[in-house]
Design a binder for this molecule. Sequence first.
Ligand SMILES: *Cc1c(COP(=O)(O)O)cnc(C)c1O
Length: 381
Amino acid sequence: MTKRFVALHEPVLAGNEWKYVKDCLDSGWVSTSGGYVTRFENEMARRLGVGHAVAVTNGTAALHLAMRVVGVEAGDEVVVPSLTFIATCNAAVYQGAVPRFVDVEESTFGLDPAALARFLESGTERRDGRVVARDTGRRIAACVPMHALGHPARIDEIVAVCARYGIPVVEDAAEALGTSYKGKAAGTFGRAGILSFNGNKVITTGGGGMLVTDDEALAGRARHLSTQGKKDTERYWHDETGYNYRLPNVNAAIGCAQLEQLDSFLQSKRRLAELYRRELQGASGVRLVWEPADARSNFWMNTVVFESAERAEEIGRRLNAEGFGSRPLWAPCHRQAMFTSLPHADLSVTDRLWRTSLNIPSSANLAEADAKAVVALLRRK
Ligand SMILES: *Cc1c(COP(=O)(O)O)cnc(C)c1O
């Protein structure tokens, strides 16, 4: 008998997914035309309280489009946290820009507004109306905070700091659908925000992503670029070099069905996080990452922080050996081979959180008994 393995995060496909996909197959509308794409966009925009949503093939494509439409160009720098999934940086690199890493906060795991202000204050200067990094001479073209693990960064402060320097903010809300800060949805604070519907996110379309914005012109430009920059469909005229980033209808059909279940996923995830919190109460040497003040998290991925890196590694091995999915956080971007030579300020919180944190099973349908078994392993001496 093979041992059962409890996944770190698995999708729940318990709603109208079959029905809507069958509808696509029966009607033949499986590709880039068909009603589900527009429906998915409209329902998402309404849900987030944002003016416009553009569905694309994945979250990374949405990030790339966002970089391009806010004006990131070759030779620029883009301020990002180093404690993020690599896609945040890659999107800047696709535009020929390089990342500028700034540290995160202990309490939110998100970009630290104070560290951001310090860098902009002492590390940049104005030259010909542009904000330029003193050490590299490159323009700071955008800032991309990331809402880590489903908890919002202090996004209002980040936006306010960037506004003082005229730097556009793109929110990487790939992990934060359903998260809000001071009553406003994550992804709707900056010039643009992006979501991911990869298989491990809060809702999935198989693969998919979305760019959201209140700026109609920006949305129009993103939509245009996502469909090969075509001007005249009938005669194949294109007025700029775009991409084939449009989300297929069959994926959007799954997305519509998933979105109908979002509230129930959020409820289950909150219940699971509360169970972890209750069961971990009084445990020494381990803390559960919790919803920041003024926030409502989606509790996408439950994370525990240990007192030492050794302890985190040991417990990670123990969990996996016992059949429970667990993983460290993303290896920090400033330590990735492509980026080690880039200048950056202090990243000690990033390094410490990376080495001492562990993600633990977080599926919306995780059984209570499994969650309790995980906690027992976390607490064992
Ligand atoms: C998942 C994720 C992405 C990329 O989304 P894809 O849909 O996988 O391309 C980007 N940023 C963060 C923080 C993510 O977690």
